[in-house]
Design a protein around this ligand. Structure first.
Ligand SMILES: [Zn+2]
Ligand SMILES: [Zn+2]
Length: 109
């Protein structure tokens, strides 16, 4: 319960819950439209189902608001540590590409 912004909450029917149901007992918000939950829940619902690859990127900074895909500022710097430098840049690039691809896909529908 709580996030809305266009997300449609999955309401558990309560008929075949596991002994501890994440929805009934845990209060998990799961969107039936974009299939986001917790870390993969965007600021606003994009209105389409998100692929696993894109959910991965959402956890790392891709987000959706004001009607388009955007990348969340990570607040991380790129200096010093060479290992994390490569990782950050690659990740930022993947998010950049995904942002364009998703916005184009949206524009064409
Ligand atoms: Zn949603
Ligand atoms: Zn349940």
């Amino acid at each position: 319960m709580e996030p809305s912004n266009g997300h449609v909450e999955h309401i558990c029917a309560g008929t075949d819950c596991p002994s501890w149901c994440p929805y009934c007992d845990g209060g998990l918000f799961y969107c039936t439209v974009c299939q986001g939950a917790e870390g993969t829940l965007t600021k606003e619902c994009p209105g389409v189902s998100i692929s696993n690859d894109d959910q991965e990127l959402i956890m790392h900074g891709l987000d959706y608001w004001d009607g388009k895909w955007q990348s969340r500022p990570t607040g991380k710097t790129f200096r010093n540590d060479e290992g994390s430098l490569v990782d950050e840049v690659a990740r930022a690039f993947a998010i950049f590409v995904a942002t364009i691809r998703l916005n184009e896909k949206e524009a064409s529908t």
